[in-house]
Design a protein around this ligand. Structure first.
Ligand code: ZN
Length: 255
């Protein structure tokens, strides 16, 4: 299956944003059944992606010559999520069933159907990828210049590590993951964020909401509650091993 990535890999002026992917086979089912990889972790994700990626090409069919096993670490989260959705679609088809609990009244909605082939991409153009100015901020209190970056796969592993290891140091390491540089310093540590004025940290958070840091696939699902009639949103958890469960493709057997 050929997949269009919302970002792609920029290399030597060429944008490689077409991925050819395989379908899940018995080998990958072993990863999904491995508790060490999947419980409180996303260890199955790099393994599946490494196995599934067959080639990476430009729109004009120029093949990327680099190491495909390493490239998954260079793709923004929007590309990773797109690949995961399409791997599921290529394996079991586009139909996907899930349960959703209303965030207002707690009512549980079973057998919600989503067609994975209908999810929309918000793509990043070559101009947007290379325009670092649009991701750069001047902080109001310290006057420092900050360039923001997309989230990568490695960042997710860092987030999991942060949330399980150090509950008392939750905020600043997570902010640090979204920052590419502060002034000329490109090795941004959580200690550097520890020292920033709180006003600047809030400013970064606010601006990040409106900035386009990367292309995405729309995996937010809006549902109108059957009980309280209010609308709520749930985000498809493509990083959960259960996303690749065969039973999610049929209505009767969702768990
Ligand atoms: Zn409700």
């Amino acid at each position: 299956m050929i997949v269009t990535l919302p970002n792609g890999l920029l290399d030597g002026g060429d944008l490689f944003n077409k991925a050819c992917i395989d379908e899940l086979r018995g080998k990958q089912q072993n990863y999904l059944a491995n508790r060490d990889l999947v419980v409180g972790n996303i260890g199955h994700i790099p393994k599946i992606l490494e196995d599934m990626l067959i080639s990476l090409e430009t729109e004009n069919g120029l093949k990327w010559e680099g190491d495909l096993k390493k490239v998954i670490w260079k793709l923004p989260s929007g590309d990773i999520e797109t690949l995961l959705v399409k791997i599921r679609e290529n394996t079991f088809g586009e139909r996907f069933y899930f349960e959703a609990e209303c965030s207002h009244c707690g009512h549980n909605h079973k057998n919600q159907r989503l067609d994975l082939d209908k999810l929309e991409l918000n793509r990043m153009s070559l101009e947007e990828i290379t325009d670092s100015k649009s991701r750069t901020l001047k902080l109001p209190k310290s006057g420092k210049e900050v360039e923001l970056k997309p989230i990568y796969l490695k960042d997710y592993f860092d987030i999991i590590k942060i949330t399980t290891d150090s509950q008392d140091k939750l905020i600043t390491p997570t902010v640090a993951l979204s920052i590419k540089r502060i002034d000329k310093e490109t090795k941004v540590t959580s200690e550097m964020i520890d020292d920033l004025p709180l006003k600047d940290i809030h400013y970064i958070g606010e601006k990040m909401e409106d900035m386009k840091l990367e292309g995405t696939i729309d995996i937010d699902v809006y549902i109108k509650c059957k009980k309280c009639k209010k609308e709520f949103v749930i985000r498809l958890d493509v990083y959960n091993a259960d996303f690749f469960s065969h039973s999610r493709g049929s209505k009767s057997s969702t768990t």
